[in-house]
Design a protein around this ligand. Structure first.
Ligand code: ADP
Length: 473
């Protein structure tokens, strides 16, 4: 059987119970018995002493008659319910409180040796085989003329003492049973507050490990175990989210690759089988080229995003003049701007403005923002690129008077593959990756990007960059 914590706990609990029982049964029992024997022996010793000094000496000196002594000793026998003997030092039994005829032949206790008691004044056992049952026998010497004449011995059955010991032990056993019953309550509490929640957590981790991230772990406790369960639930949710994101990402990539590939294939097949007449081939080859451009752009964007996330924060920062970079980037769009009759308005701080950032990546940011501004602007409109500074920060703004972004879409524009419905018609070649690349780059710089946009009026994207430190303004 598997050794769960619970089984270990129950085993420890039972071992504890068994040990407590054994402790009482063996050690406490022996200690109590010894104590009771000592106690009884002390009491009886006082009696033997009394008898020895008061009556036994008279018994020897015959100053009291045997009857008188007998009477007294029988009274003590009845009172203490014990047998009183007077033995002479050779072991001859001169008086026995349980025998009426004291005059007959005296028996002699064989092997009688008062030193057998050692340093004590009592012994337990059958008293040299005289009794059938175990007795406690207490001695006291009888002195006359500074000589030991004999002994007063009081015997009391051990069964009485053992019965008293059992009475005391039963109190111990009852206390132990009550303690055990109480600790059972603790065991129940432990079962419901620790064992069952841990069992649930263990089942949940197995489910998560098997890939079932939907599994809901139900632990309501507000203690450390509850916290652990909450963390696991949170972890599963996060993992599920990443898994969902990945699935969505792959679905988007596949979709964006499939549609241009389908149209390329369609046009090429139509040209091969003659559905498209030869005189129209040039027109359709241009369309096919456009589609391959889109595929190239999509692949490049994916590679850029992948590089950004795998290289993480690895930026190649340097000091450069952002105003110069803006001017150069704007120039690359001259051709398309002429075509669409779009005018650039650059409002730049002073002559130069040095920032500390990754030049290549910031060029990419500017390119993507200006590209979008042109894409989503109508003919004859103006695009304004502006730099301003405040404290140690430079603000770069790219503003257009284009179609704008509907309020409900603004929160999604930085998501991968997001393209708003209104832009789809205008921008057939968009990949929906441009702004997510921008966001990744700015976040990697630990800077911010914001968008202000009104549908039908225009959009403004503003991002921040840190000013270069070692350049004098
Ligand atoms: P795409 O490459 O498709 O333009 P982006 O990530 O750059 O992808 O942009 C995502 C979406 O954000 C676009 O499809 C468009 O709907 C919206 N958008 C971005 N820039 C602008 C802008 N200047 N004006 C209006 N809409 C914009």
């Amino acid at each position: 059987m598997k050794r769960t914590i619970y089984i270990k706990f129950i085993l420890a609990y039972l071992t504890f119970g068994l040990l407590s029982f054994l402790l009482i049964a063996v050690i406490a029992s022996r200690m109590t018995l010894n104590d009771l024997i000592r106690d009884n022996a002390n009491t009886l010793f006082r009696e033997t002493n009394l008898i020895s000094t008061k009556y036994a000496e008279s018994f020897y000196s015959e100053s009291l008659s045997t009857e008188e002594v007998s009477e007294q000793l029988e009274a003590i026998d009845t009172f203490t319910s014990s047998i009183i003997w007077i033995i002479n030092k050779d072991g001859e039994l001169l008086y026995n409180s349980r025998e009426s005829d004291q005059e007959g032949d005296h028996i002699t206790i064989e092997d009688f040796d008062p030193t057998d008691t050692g340093s004590k004044n009592y012994m337990t056992g059958d008293f040299y085989g005289y009794f059938d049952e175990e007795m406690l026998s207490v001695f006291s010497p009888i002195n006359s003329d500074f000589r030991i004449m004999g002994y007063v011995v009081i015997h009391t059955p051990m069964s009485d003492i053992i019965k008293r010991r059992d009475d005391v032990l039963s109190i111990f056993y009852i206390s132990l049973a009550i303690m055990f019953a109480f600790s059972l309550i603790i065991l129940f509490v432990f079962t419901f507050t620790v064992f069952i929640p841990i069992k649930r957590i263990s089942i949940a981790t197995k489910e998560y490990a098997a890939g079932n991230l939907d599994y809901k772990l139900e632990v309501k406790a507000r203690d450390e175990i509850g916290e652990m369960a909450d963390s696991l639930n949170y972890m599963a949710e996060r993992l599920q989210m990443t898994e969902d994101d990945q699935k969505k990402f792959i679905a988007n990539v596949s979709h964006d690759f499939r549609s241009p590939l389908t149209s390329i294939r369609g046009y090429l097949e139509a040209m091969v089988d003659g559905t498209i007449p030869e005189e129209l081939h040039e027109k359709y080859i241009k369309i096919v080229l456009n589609e391959t451009d889109r595929l190239t752009k999509l692949t490049n964007s994916l590679l850029t995003l992948n590089n950004l996330s795998t290289k993480g924060m690895m930026l190649d920062r340097s000091d450069f003049d952002i105003n110069k970079v803006i001017k150069r980037t704007a120039e690359t769009f001259e051709g398309i701007c002429k075509e669409k009759k779009i005018r650039f308005k650059l409002v730049l701080t002073g002559t130069d403005m040095f920032v500390y950032a990754d030049l290549g990546k910031i060029q990419q940011v500017l390119y993507n923002l200006i590209d979008n501004a042109i894409k989503f602007s109508d003919q004859n409109s103006t695009i304004k690129v502006e730099t301003t500074e405040k404290n140690e920060t430079v603000f770069v703004s790219v503003k257009d008077n284009g179609i704008g972004i509907p309020g409900e879409n603004i929160k999604h524009i930085f998501d991968r593959f997001y393209k708003s419905d209104s832009s789809r018609g205008k921008d057939k070649r968009g990949t929906g990756l441009g702004l997510s690349i921008v966001k990744e780059i700015i976040t990697a710089h630990e800077e911010n990007i914001n968008v202000i946009s009104t549908e039908g009026v225009g959009s403004e994207f503003i991002f921040t960059l840190p000013k270069a430190k070692n350049i004098e303004d």
